[in-house]
Design a protein around this ligand. Structure first.
Ligand SMILES: Cc1cc2nc3c(=O)[nH]c(=O)nc-3n(C[C@H](O)[C@H](O)[C@H](O)COP(=O)(O)OP(=O)(O)OC[C@H]3O[C@@H](n4cnc5c(N)ncnc54)[C@H](O)[C@@H]3O)c2cc1C
Length: 377
């Protein structure tokens, strides 16, 4: 069986999710305030049981959820994904006490999670992160900054990656679960092109103890990378959902719009562009499903496949949404139009969770690692 074939129940589930997104989630998203966490929307995602499925299921299910929700409601898609990104380290590495304290709230949509890795001086080069965890009695004090953190500063807890061993690069990083109400933790919102909430965090000697560590001290980089290996194909799935929404809107529009005595679809340059949009969307979808399936089977080539899926899908979605805007003309750029929204949404995924260039680096590294070179004479 090819890695990418879906079962009939999975096809049915996708259709059900699209309907739920359009009927139950879209109205709540419309009432939300741009740039702020939409708690009623999260609570509905919890009531529908979708947040609980983040951890009960595998990478392919995560991708099917993200793709299907994105087709009808990107706000719900992103709210779900951010709960997963912020809480996955707790699910995978948390102590029983940490899990008990936070995961039920995450699944209900009452406890908002965030993943705080990036800093002003450490983005793509995450191993250069400098937020200091300095020993203090039995624990540490966190001092420094995080920025571009989705859901900050409104999240209820943060998975924070901090430097416990100076000068040790990726080997000196520890993951901490930091509740938002810890003394010394403050934050501010950042106005971004991307519609979901994003902010910066300031740590001013924030106290943490061994009970706040996720996994082991100095082993936090693996926590971050493990989370990203799971989430990267699903960023691709988000992109595929957006591309499909743009394609559907374009099929509808070009099939109706009258110009030059016919419909836009009758112009071959138009119909061939639509064919190209569909081609790239489907290719991206298959690669996303294959990467997610490889993750679920514990395949050895997950990092390379995850990188390929994220890279191909986010670049394809940018092309598809941009072409959709072109084929719609002015109406697509009107504030509130689906494509105006998608045009803003589609840009950031080529940068976050590893920019496209970083994905190419991962792919190349994996390729050469599997190639046995003969030493030059
Ligand atoms: C909407 C949005 C949401 C985000 N949410 C989060 C979040 O929740 N948590 C979090 O921790 N971070 C988050 N980020 C931050 C994101 O992870 C970083 O922006 C990303 O890692 C890139 O880092 P940077 O922006 O500092 O760019 P830089 O690292 O400065 O890179 C800039 C550019 O340089 C090029 N480049 C960099 N490295 C290489 C390379 N090795 N080879 C070739 N070219 C390269 C690429 O073109 C890259 O885009 C978010 C960002 C955005 C835009």
């Amino acid at each position: 069986m090819p890695a990418f074939s879906l079962e009939p129940e999975q096809h049915a589930w996708r259709a059900e999710l699209r309907t739920l997104a359009a009927q139950r989630l879209r109205p709540l998203a419309d009432k939300g305030e741009p740039g702020h966490v939409n708690r009623p929307l999260l609570a509905e995602l919890g009531r529908l049981g979708l947040l609980a499925r983040l951890f009960a299921s595998g990478a392919l299910e995560l991708c099917l959820m993200r793709e299907s929700l994105a087709q009808a409601c990107t706000e719900a898609e992103t709210a779900l994904a951010l709960q997963g990104l912020g809480a996955h380290p707790v699910h995978a590495h948390g102590s029983p006490a940490q899990k008990e304290r936070w995961l039920p709230g995450v699944a209900e949509g009452g406890a908002v999670a965030a993943f705080a890795l990036s800093e002003p001086g450490a983005g793509s080069d995450a191993a250069a992160l400098a937020l200091a965890a300095e020993p203090d009695g039995a624990g540490w004090r966190l001092t420094g900054e995080k920025c571009w953190i989705s859901n900050a500063p409104e999240a209820d807890f943060y998975t924070v990656f901090a430097r416990t061993t100076p000068g040790a690069g990726a080997r000196g990083v520890t993951a901490f679960l930091v509740p938002a109400d810890r003394p010394g933790l403050t934050g501010s919102a950042l106005q971004m092109l991307s519609p979901h909430p994003i902010g910066a965090l300031r740590f001013d000697a924030v106290p943490v103890t061994a009970a706040d560590v996720l996994g082991e001290a100095d082993r936090g980089f693996a926590v971050a990378m493990g989370t990203l290996n799971l989430f990267r194909p699903s960023v691709g799935a988000f992109a595929v959902g957006m591309a499909q929404a743009a394609l559907d809107a374009t099929l509808d529009h070009t099939g109706r719009r009258e110009a030059f005595g016919g419909r836009l679809k009758d112009l071959q340059t138009v119909s061939h562009q639509v064919a190209e949009m569909a081609l790239r969307t489907e290719a991206a979808r298959l690669m996303v499903y294959a990467a997610a399936t490889a993750y679920d089977r514990g395949a050895a080539d997950v990092p390379g496949r995850a990188a390929m899926a994220k890279l191909l899908a986010t670049e394809a979605a940018q092309y598809v949404v941009d072409t959709a805007v072109q084929l719609h003309g002015a109406r697509a750029l009107r504030r509130g139009h689906l494509l105006e929204h998608l045009y803003r949404e589609v840009r950031a995924p080529r940068i976050y969770e590893g920019a496209s260039e970083v994905q190419r680096g991962i792919i190349a590294k994996e390729l050469y690692a599997r190639t046995h070179h003969q030493e030059a004479p």
